[in-house]
Design a protein around this ligand. Structure first.
Ligand SMILES: Cc1ncc(COP(=O)(O)O)c(C=O)c1O
Length: 456
């Protein structure tokens, strides 16, 4: 549901005059981030309190328990990880240059989306702290001990609550319930019905709120306030979520090393990440910049109706700015990305790290969802394919070419590595996939018919 507030003339004045009409016209565009700064690789570049190594160690520590709780994690021996696969046929279908890969978080075991990385990490961190503080776990003990009936009985008196467009709720709900917690997910009333149903089917309480994602989040936050038995996972502010996503950078680094594509100035890495509130793409970017500094260029993909990170980062002056403030309505088929206001935690961290943001039309998401199925036999939800247009924006737009020139990358593009981060899809019901595929097919056929008419 669009937010009731009207565009705010003073707020809109914070956006560059040449950019504002293009955003309002919902034109797909690339905004290169003028605030980006050169960064040396190495953990020294990290802010205090953001310990990616500790988050990675936590995932390792919990592998035994995760394996025991979720049979789907057995083949990965309890690791939360996804494959990196070539995207050659899809790149050819779009006419892209360089070596394209797909990071398959759409198929992350158990929760089927990138949001599981952050969600799992935060729930594990919370469970571990509670268990240590209450004598259910000792510092050197394997967390598999948390399967014991007394630990589960203790957790069952506690609730893990979260506000979500759907996929974070699924990730959090499933792991929270797996550990024995009660789970509650706050969603906007117009979030996808199948996502709510899937949660309810798993015994997870769904609380619906009038308004948008931010309203659902605020409702959840309010309900949790002052109740020591409720832990609210805050998608706009949580460092534990952020660090869970950041760990994915290490996984990607290993996968790139294994195929001889470790990022370097001569062979740069471009990552193209769908962005909602900014936690998942922000954490991954943060982790990659820490590892590879200037050899990695991260770009966020946002719907033309909901470019919240673009609006926040491009605004002059202080304070938050939402897509409603500039007259956009936050209405998009990419429900995971339907967020009007960027994360307060993540936006400042991206200011000097992010290469830029590009925007995508819903029709192009549907075309690409269909193209991906036809060329690579991979089924994604619309939000999850948003990164696919990144390489084209970079090489095909004046803004993109200027970015490449400014960074001395033009001659490196023929062999650059592009990772299109696929962020969700495995849990989507067949009927919903069929609906999106049919819409995408119709658009492709209309394109083909128009092409034939022009040629005639
Ligand atoms: C499929 C999918 N992709 C991307 C995102 C964006 O993640 P974030 O909101 O952390 O930016 C979401 C968020 O729910 C999602 O569901």
């Amino acid at each position: 549901m669009p937010h009731p507030s009207a565009p705010h003339p003073d707020a809109a004045a914070r956006i560059e005059p040449s950019l504002l009409p293009r955003l309002r016209a919902r034109e797909p565009l690339l905004w290169p981030n003028p605030h980006a700064r050169s960064m040396a690789a190495g953990a020294g570049a990290l802010e205090p309190g953001f310990d990616i190594g500790a988050a990675s160690a936590r995932f390792e520590r919990f592998r035994g328990l995760m394996r025991a709780l979720f049979p789907a994690l057995e083949p990965l021996e309890g690791a939360v990880a996804s494959e990196l696969r070539p995207l050659t046929r899809f790149a050819a279908a779009l006419g892209g240059e360089g070596a394209w890969f797909l990071k398959g978080d759409h198929a992350l075991p158990v929760a089927g989306s990138v949001k599981a990385r952050g969600g799992f990490h935060e729930v594990l961190a919370h469970a571990e702290r509670l268990a240590l503080a209450n004598g259910l776990l000792h510092p050197q003990q394997d967390p598999i001990a948390l399967q014991a009936p007394e630990a589960r009985a203790f957790f069952s008196r506690h609730t893990i609550s979260v506000g979500s467009t759907g996929n974070l709720g699924l990730g959090i709900g499933l792991i929270a319930a797996g550990l024995g917690f009660q789970a509650e997910v706050h969603m906007s009333a117009d979030a996808k019905a199948w996502k709510k149903q899937r949660l309810r089917d798993r015994g997870i309480r769904v609380v619906e709120h009038a308004g948008d994602f931010a309203d659902a989040l605020a409702g959840g936050r309010r309900r949790a306030e002052g109740d020591p038995l409720v832990h609210f996972v805050d998608d706009e502010r949580s460092a534990d979520l952020f660090l869970g996503y950041a760990v994915a950078a290490r996984e990607l680094a290993q996968q790139l090393a294994a195929i001889g594509r470790t990022p370097s100035p001569e062979r740069p890495l471009f990552v193209h990440l769908p962005c909602g509130v900014g936690g998942s793409p922000g954490g991954i970017t943060y982790g990659l910049k820490a590892l590879f500094g200037d050899a990695v260029h991260a770009f966020f993909a946002e719907p033309v109706a909901a470019p919240c990170m673009l609006v926040q980062l491009s605004a002059s002056g202080q304070g938050p700015l939402s897509v409603y403030d500039i007259g956009l309505d936050n209405r998009t088929d990419a429900d995971g990305l339907a967020v009007a206001q960027a994360s307060h935690l993540v936006a400042p961290l991206m200011r000097r790290r992010l290469g830029g943001v590009f925007t995508v039309r819903d029709e192009d998401l549907l075309r690409d969802v269909r193209r991906l199925q036809l060329s690579e036999q991979i089924l994604l939800e619309p939000s999850a394919i948003a990164g696919a247009r990144g390489p084209l924006h970079l090489m095909g737009s004046p803004e993109g070419r200027a970015y490449l020139q400014r960074h001395g990358l033009t001659s490196a593009m023929a062999d650059a590595t592009h990772v299109v981060w696929a962020t969700g899809g495995a849990l989507v019901p067949e009927a919903e996939h069929a609906r999106c595929q049919a819409l995408g097919e119709r658009l492709l056929q209309e394109d083909a018919a128009r092409g034939a008419q022009c040629a005639a």
